[in-house]
Design a protein around this ligand. Sequence first.
Ligand code: IPD
Ligand code: CA
Length: 257
Amino acid sequence: MDLKRRVDTARALADEAASLALDHFQRRAELRVEKKGLQDLVSRADREVEALIRDRLAQAFPNDALLGEEGGGGTAEGTWVVDPIDGTTNFLRGLPHWGVSIGFVLRGRVELGVIHAPALGERYVATRGGGATLNGERIRVSDTSALPEALLGLGSSRRTPLPPYTERLAALLQAGVEYRRLGSATMHFAAVARGSLDGYFEAHLSAWDACAGLLLVEEAGGRTNDFLAGDGLREGNAALVAGPGLYPALAAALGVG
Ligand code: IPD
Ligand code: CA
């Protein structure tokens, strides 16, 4: 398994995909928006960017599988996990927090993750054991350890029932937390990895929302839950990440392992 070639390919491909996505973003008034479900949108931009990534990876690594948000797919010993535009609603409304997310999972472990958010000028790269970078500079999670000092990312979607979200939010606010909701799982992970947020929780993410971001946080010194446990790759899972000092208190407050 040539991981080095996969890292180089993913980095170059994320740049190419991000530039195609940015081109659509700048001309987004021309896009026809379709509804996949309640508050769940898609356009030609998502599909074209995913198709580009699929074609390039199939050419370069014909034996790898690929799971993508728009086109689905299967899993194999080595599986690419791709969200062409994570934060589609932000993208379609002209908000800059969205990004291309490309992860690679080998035998149940994320080995590389690249996230490119071109409207913010941010490219994140993580390789297992090789650290995490933002635009080539090493990044690190925050050292916050107390909930009353924490700024968290909290997300939710219509895939999970509302009451647990509102109840958890109320409990965390009572505990003294402040929070942001950036509208993109990927950008939440990136913000935790560079220490702008102290932690992030969402009750359900799909693997394409999460794989690259989870490794980014781990390689930036953070802790993550065991997202891929069970059938996380195909079914998704809850996602919890935080700096090591905050993780235990946050996991306890949320009632999550
Ligand atoms: C969604 C975003 C959102 C999160 C959802 C995701 P999409 O992905 O990451 O922030 O709350 O769980 O599905 O639809 O923008 O690619
Ligand atoms: Ca997504």
